[in-house]
Every structure is written in C-alpha cells, then in structure tokens.
Design a protein around this ligand. Structure first.
Ligand code: PEP
Ligand code: MG
Length: 320
C-alpha cells in the first residue's frame, strides 16, 4: 500500500470526523455526474430539480424520471436526495407564467407554489417514486414553515405512490426528509423530527430569513453571515432535536462547503455535508486533520455558541 492509502485509512478510522460524516455533492442535472465522480462525492445531498423547470416548457414525467434516475444510478450505492420543486424567489420558471410579487422571497415559492399547482407537483412526485427504483433515493421538501405543510406534502407524496403502484410500476424505498431553512421550522425542529427520516439545513435561506438580509443583495454582503452566532445557535438547536428523535441531519447550503465551519459541524454531530463538488477536496482535507474526543467536541461547540459577534465566532473557528 502507498503512503497515500495508509493516510486515507487513518483518516477514516472510527471516531474521526470523516468516518462519521458523509461528504456529498449539490447538483442540478445529470450533466453534473462527472463532477460527482471526479470529486469522489459520497452521493448527492441536494439535487436542485428546479433547473428542469426553467425552460420554455415543463418537463414531462418521463423526462423527469430520466433526469433523476441517471443521477441516482450514478451515485449508487450512495444516497441521492432529490429536492422537490423550489421555483419562486430567485428561481424563475417562464413556462409557469407566474404573477409578479412584491416580495418574491416571502411569496408563493417552492412548496407553496406546489400546493397551488397540484397537477405539476403530482407529476414530479410520481417521477421521483418511479426513479427511486434506480438506487438509494430520498426526497425532501423545501421551504416548510408549518407542520401542516409537511403533513400535506407527505399526504400528496403517498397518494402519488399509490397511483404509480396501481399502474404497475416498481418503486424503491424512499427516505422522506425536509429542508430546515425557515426560522419557524428550525425553532420547532422537535415537532418536525418525529415526522421525517432526516433534516437538511439550507443555510442560504436560513441565514437570509434569520438576519432579514436578501441573499442576492451585494450591498448587504457584510451582513449576510452564516457565521452569525444566532444562525449557528439555531443549527445547534436543530441538530439536538434531530439527535433526540434519532434522525440524521445534514447541511446543504453554502456553509456545508465552508472549511472553517466543517469542524464545528463535525463537533455538533452533523451527519452529512453537501456542497458544490469543487469544495469537496478542501473540506475533506480539513476534516482529515481533526480528531476530537467527546469532551473536546463539547467544549469547542460551547466556545462558538458563547460568542456574541461574527468576529468572535471566526476567532474561535480559526483557533481550532
Ligand atoms: C439553501 O437555502 O441553503 C439551499 C440549499 O437551497 P437554495 O440555495 O437552492 O435555496
Ligand atoms: Mg433554499
């Protein structure tokens, strides 16, 4: 064995961050499959399906099955997490001809739109079930603020399952999760945890909604801070709720690919970091350097959560 292989084996020994965590990729279409492979992603933690819907025409059930199952098959035996449609906000869909809104990020976005257009949502849910036969698959719902929304989304999901099974199609076992990206859902994570198999924290929107800063506004970039102690404290709260309910939690916003935050997430017990494929190498190298025992983890997490400012947080993150 080469020196490299020996190093790698040590990095994955039980109790080390890399042994306890999955490093997965965020993708938007089967065109990203070579990136998943080149950067050795352990599956896909966020498949942004809205790109399929951004053309002049809506994708058919068959077109969606093809787009999903190619990625699922390429990732097997690792998991592919498919996020249902998140149109609205920054993501436009000309084919849907949506009315202009005054506050699109607070408007008819994602699941809210899917509930208004059950015809479109049903086709996507059917396609996800049928594609799930291609390998390990999970589905997750974006932009959930209330428990009723989760319950309704799950109800529609299982109705779609009954439909395709009655039509004679094969379906796989589907893990069912939700994104935590709205502060109300994060705060109430405990009530949601009992109803899903996993949480995936969307730090891009969670940061935007917690700090009331438009994620797209360059004028406010200094205020748009996933390092804000309130954001990290909320993530810790979600992670504790998940642990108590015995479900796994991942991070799929940009913070998931942040080298400074990776050891903090490892110490918190986050099970998956999903990121732009290009960030995987650096995050893997960073985590390979860490070996904490339970007491060190606890102290490190506490030192970060005790901070009052972004500056103090950065100091703690850099100290380790
Ligand atoms: C997020 O909000 O963090 C997220 C991963 O979703 P998106 O960036 O697609 O809104
Ligand atoms: Mg989001």
């Amino acid at each position: 064995t080469s020196v490299d292989t020996v190093m790698e084996e040590q990095e994955y020994l039980p109790g080390t961050p890399l042994a306890d965590m999955v490093l997965a990729a965020n993708v938007g279409s089967p065109a990203d499959i070579p990136l998943i492979q080149n950067f050795k992603a352990q599956g896909v933690g966020l498949y942004r399906t809205e790109f399929l819907f951004m053309g002049e025409k809506l994708p058919s059930e068959e077109e969606q099955i093809e787009a999903y199952s190619k990625v699922i098959a390429a990732c097997a035996p690792h998991l592919t997490v498919i996020r249902t449609l998140d149109i609205g906000g920054d993501k436009k869909a000309p084919a849907l001809n949506l009315p202009k809104e005054q506050n699109p990020f607070l408007g008819v976005r994602a699941l809210r739109l899917c509930f208004q257009r059950p015809d479109i949502f049903n086709v996507q849910l059917r396609a996800i079930w049928r594609a799930s036969a291609a390998g390990p698959t999970a589905v997750m719902f974006p932009m959930i603020a209330t428990l009723e929304e989760l319950e309704k989304a799950k109800e529609l999901l299982y109705l779609a399952r009954d439909e395709v099974i009655n039509e004679g199609y094969t379906v796989g076992k589907l893990e069912v999760g939700m994104m935590i990206e709205i502060p109300s859902a994060a705060w109430n994570a405990k009530s949601f945890a009992a109803k899903v198999d996993f949480f995936s924290i969307g730090t891009n929107d969670l940061t935007q909604y917690m700090l009331a800063v438009d994620r797209e506004n360059n004028e406010l970039m200094n205020l748009y801070q996933p390092y804000h102690p309130a954001v990290l404290g909320m993530i810790a709260r979600v992670s504790q709720a998940a642990e108590k309910a015995d479900i796994w939690v991942g991070i799929c916003g940009e913070a998931g690919g942040d080298r400074l935050l990776a050891p903090f997430f490892a110490a918190l017990g986050i099970k998956e970091l999903s990121m732009a494929p290009g960030s995987l190498t650096h995050v893997r190298q960073t985590l390979a350097k860490f070996k904490f025992d339970a007491e060190e983890k606890r102290r490190f997490v506490e030192s970060v959560l005790d901070c009052a400012t972004v500056g103090e947080v950065l100091e703690q993150l850099k100290r380790i």
